[in-house]
Design a protein around this ligand. Structure first.
Ligand code: PMP
Length: 285
């Protein structure tokens, strides 16, 4: 990804893509002092842009990083970066991190808080699997307790077990891995939230120890508007045996049907296909 034409917004100005570099003693590289956003633009407009900017600021605050920009400034910067990319349908990555400076130990209060925005094309997150039903592995690692780490921050440190689990899943021929939480309840995938269908009603894990995705919240609202009952509750893994349909939600994943999780299988049913199509229409509306 580093060898491309175009520009990246860094600390308030555009720099050529290939020159958007940081020093090796960047605090974030050593201690995961970094938070980010993943957003998608459709027809030239970033979907739920403000919600993403607000979450970015909340994530930075959770890591004790004073944000150098307001929501409005972030909004303007993202819009300008999208425009500079010349793309109308694109992925938008905003990143905030502790740079290099006075501190090289765990504490970093004297180091600058820095920010970058990059925009690039990104198609279906699960590739060809998207509408056929993705196959998921069950991760060995567990989503941690909210007493362990700021679980609602979109922070780089929370992705370490995601990368390990996704590598393992891909080595087994799966598209992704599903995490249980530290109590053993169903949690989320490595970069997306999970939904199940049974008897015309929807069940999704309570977002009490993982990212309450913006797509998750959007899809819950869409289902409720259609008069479909949505249960946000603790779900035991063995309940997956009785669920008929399953899908993932996320900015990158959008609505992706799931055909299998470990030993459990699901059909790509009508409700899954409807909500995927309606989400696609909404983001482009
Ligand atoms: N969980 C994790 C771990 C994620 O990385 C993402 C993607 N940001 C999500 C859930 C879904 O969040 P959103 O719908 O806001 O993209």
């Amino acid at each position: 990804y580093d060898d491309r034409d175009g520009v990246i917004w860094m600390d308030g100005e555009f720099v050529p893509w290939r020159d958007a570099k940081v020093h090796i003693l960047t605090h974030a590289m050593h201690y995961a002092s970094s938070v980010f956003e993943g957003e998608r633009a459709y027809n030239g407009k970033i979907f739920k842009s403000r919600e993403h900017s607000e979450r970015l600021i909340a994530s930075a605050e959770a890591l004790d990083m004073p944000m150098p920009y307001t929501v409005d400034q972030i909004e303007a910067a993202k819009e300008a970066t999208l425009k500079a990319s010349g793309l109308t349908d694109a992925y938008v990555r905003a990143l905030v991190w502790r740079g290099s400076g006075e501190d090289m130990g765990v504490a970093s209060a004297r180091n600058p808080v820095r920010m970058a925005i990059a925009v690039w094309p990104w198609g279906a997150y699960y590739g060809d699997a998207k509408m056929q039903g993705a196959k998921l592995d069950i991760a060995e690692w567990k989503r941690p307790s909210p007493e362990t780490i700021p679980v609602h921050a979109k922070a780089a440190g929370l992705y370490m077990i995601c990368t390990i689990s996704k590598h393992k899943a891909e080595a087994k021929g799966c598209s992704d891995a599903l995490f249980m939480d530290w109590r053993g309840y169903v949690a989320e995938a490595t970069g997306a939230n999970v939904f199940f269908v049974k008897d015309g009603e929807v069940h999704t894990p309570l977002a009490d120890c993982f990212l309450n995705g913006i797509t998750r919240q959007t899809v819950i609202g869409m289902l409720k508007d259609k008069g479909i009952t949505v249960h946000e509750r603790r779900i035991k893994p063995e309940e997956m045996e009785g669920f008929e349909q399953c899908w993932l939600t996320g900015t990158a994943a959008e609505v992706t049907p799931v055909g299998q999780i470990g030993p459990y299988t699901f059909e790509v049913g009508q409700m899954t296909r409807d909500i995927a199509a309606e989400y696609e229409a909404l983001v482009r509306a």
